[in-house]
Ligand binder design. Structure first.
Ligand SMILES: O=C(O)C(=O)C[C@]1(C(=O)O)C=C[C@@H](O)C=C1
Length: 388
């Protein structure tokens, strides 16, 4: 697959000169990290460039929905004439605007759990394997794919921090989430039995979450980038002393036998994935929506308490809070005349809350937060995945 060089303009969504050959992905992951990293400097809602979240939420009066609809709806209406149409919730089907299949980039090999998540969201999608998470983002930004799917947290091992950082560094929008019950299998080449295994290869998370069985087998563990990549590696090198922790679908794709099924230590092993796109979807209220934001605060007693109170005051349920170091400014030096200068770690706070940006209470909560947040960006407003 050849790559055309394109210019990326921030905040607009022109169709670039990418010529889609229509060919199926070869199965070899894409890898082309070479452009300058784009760092988010300003706060914006969705893809509506020129309209900051500050502007979108500040002028909204509590509970005020005029005949013309909410302020946010007016902003969207005003924006329609000059910008491409945002994706709608109905775009969570398997057809793109031009009727072709949705192309989804993901990190890993065919047969990985992330690819399973893409198929759960878009059963007929065409998946595009990538070498790195960043490649999956860039594939969308360069119009090579329509969407990207990436893991964000696991019920047992917690957050995938790298992807929180990438969400901020790139300007894609969260347009959906997928919750997947991850069922690990122990795989090996045909004819190999578990007592022949000296080592087991997989993604570090898959190995650590299958600790009970692997300890019983007394095998050594070898980390690779993804579960399906481990299956491919064992097959292509004909390794008869090595097992793999991966999915039943990976066993089928690479011709491995399943020696044990459901080997995860916790029977409830759920990974949550995000679906990202160039454009946001229009927030609605006819189904349960979630909104994801990232913000920073000044130092001071109770500032995080105040930030969280803007949601509690409006009866908005928080489903996730994560903090990450501000890599651009990891330390804040504060001059205190009594004790000298103090050094604080500076954090970004990521919050998911259960409300749609079409609801006044969500707009009001963010308007309130904006009064004391030093930075605020809405990462996306999207339908909740309530299925497993
Ligand atoms: O290796 C894979 O198959 C993946 O899709 C990645 C990933 C992850 O990074 O969290 C996804 C779910 C599994 O729990 C293990 C690994």
């Amino acid at each position: 697959m050849a790559l055309k060089s394109v210019i990326v303009l921030e905040g607009t969504n022109p169709h670039f000169g990418w010529n889609d050959s229509g060919s199926k992905p070869s199965g070899f992951p894409l890898n082309w990290i070479n452009g300058p990293e784009k760092v988010c400097k300003s706060m914006s809602f969705g893809g509506f460039s020129g309209f900051s979240a500050c502007r979108a939420i500040r002028n909204v009066e509590d509970g005020n929905t005029s005949k013309r609809g909410t302020h946010l709806e007016r902003v969207i209406d005003e924006t329609k004439s000059s910008f491409p149409k945002p994706l709608s919730v109905s775009d969570l089907s398997s057809t793109a605007d031009d009727g072709s299949k949705v192309r989804i980039s993901f990190k890993g090999y065919p047969g990985s759990y992330t690819e399973d998540a893409a198929f759960k969201a878009y059963p007929k999608c065409e998946t595009v394997p990538c070498n790195e998470f960043e490649d999956a983002f860039k594939a969308v930004e360069l119009w090579l794919t329509d969407k990207a799917v990436l893991p964000i947290e696991n019920s047992s091992s917690g957050s995938i921090h790298r992807n929180y950082d990438l969400l901020l560094r790139h300007r894609l929008h969260i347009v959906g989430e997928v919750q997947l019950a991850v069922n690990f299998c122990l795989l090996a080449l045909p004819g190999v039995r578990s007592e022949h295994l000296k080592r087991v290869i997989s993604h570090p998370q898959a190995l650590s979450l299958s600790d009970i069985l692997l300890s019983k087998l007394g095998v050594s563990r070898e980390n690779v980038d993804d579960t399906a990549g481990a299956a491919q590696y064992v097959v292509s090198n004909g390794l008869r002393d090595a097992g793999v922790v991966a999915s039943a679908r990976a066993a089928e794709i690479y011709g491995l036998n399943i020696l044990a099924d459901g080997i995860q230590d916790d029977s409830d092993n759920i990974t949550r994935f995000l679906v990202l796109a160039r454009d946001p979807i229009i927030p609605r209220t006819n189904t349960q929506f979630k909104t994801s934001i990232v913000f920073t605060l000044d130092e001071g007693p109770g500032v995080l308490f105040k930030a969280l109170a803007v949601f509690a005051l409006r009866d908005i349920n928080l489903t996730k809070i994560e903090s990450r170091p501000q890599r651009k400014r990891p330390l804040r030096v504060v001059d205190d005349s009594n004790t000298g200068s103090a050094k604080y770690f500076d954090y970004l706070f990521y919050i998911d809350f259960e409300a749609s940006m079409a609801e006044p209470r969500a707009q009001n909560a963010l308007g309130h937060l904006q009064e004391f947040a030093t930075f605020l960006r809405i990462l996306g407003c999207y339908p909740m995945d309530t299925t497993l």
